[in-house]
Design a protein around this ligand. Sequence first.
Ligand code: 6MZ
Length: 365
Amino acid sequence: MDWWVSMPKVELHAHLNGSIRDSTLLELARELGDRGLVRFPDVECVILKHDRSLTEVFKLFDLIHILTTDHETVTRITKEVIEDFAAENVVYLELRTTPKKNVSKGMTKKSYMEAVLEGIRAVTTVEVDIFSEPNFDCPANAGIYARSDGCARNGTAKKKIYVRLLLSIDRRETTEAAMETVKLALEMRHLGVVGIDLSGNPVIGEWITFLPALEFAKEQGLLITLHCGEVPNQVEIHAMLDFLPARIGHACCFGEEEWAKLKSLKIPVEICLTSNIKTETISSLDIHHFADLYNSGHPIVLCTDDSGVFSTSVSGEYSLASSSFGIQKREMFQLARNAVNFIFEGNKVKLELEQVFDLAAKSLE
Ligand code: 6MZ
């Protein structure tokens, strides 16, 4: 097995609906096609297209959401996505998703998230740690722990993956809708929800719309990551950095002033190489900011963004960074390990992950 696959990895920027297997999307499209709800050949063509601009990506998400937004499918894709990340030795996954309403399916933001939790419980190929500080008074927690405990008692030496959830606010949403998502995150904190993400089409929406909900989330102790500088918007980038998020994603369109500010604030950056190249937010890897941030020792973590949409994987991103920037196995291992410092979890989980990396380091030679 290649080292970039076998070594433990931490994934901190993965959108649920962007990480679906092509085979699952095609199966779902075929079903809707058979029921006359979509024209399968058209949908197939869009799903299998590989190079897409940022604008096309968001059109694709609208199509994916038509295929996936019912409870059963949300459960299925959550299970598959976690199993896929675990299969390539992701040991800690922060999965983000936008809670959705779908009146025709009787779906509320809360029931959407319950379907996600159901998907986590349905994982069979790997032992899943869903939250670190169990509240055994809560029946839902007791259920999850009973299952995971059962795994251990049966002596099935399964691999383990920590899964935490970030609830995304879509830039199309209103202040009220954003606030509803934050309140839901607070309600689901004991179920592995650790933070909030702001994402969606970066040319839509105003920072000021989301600020009240994000400030409230922060006050309540949720950790925040923002899609920042995916398109040029200096005013918004400065406002976002002034907000002091716990991490940012992308940082593609920063100017000198923005880099200086980011570096002085030491805000970790989630780097998504393939996504940036495919959406052409960065024209080529030679000029990607990964190199400068890596060389200056700025906190960074390699991530997939949308492994399904961009046909990539966490292992693929490590392999790509290694070959493109001439970084050897040992340094790549250290890069993966450093990501533990930027997870939205406490010291207990960080220490447990350190042990996973210590063990893996022994077989690195
Ligand atoms: C900004 C993105 C994104 O939430 O339905 N999303 N937002 N930039 C990106 N870079 C390409 N990739 C994905 O997952 C899909 C949603 O995640 C956000 C978009 O809002 C997209 O609709 P969920 O699980």
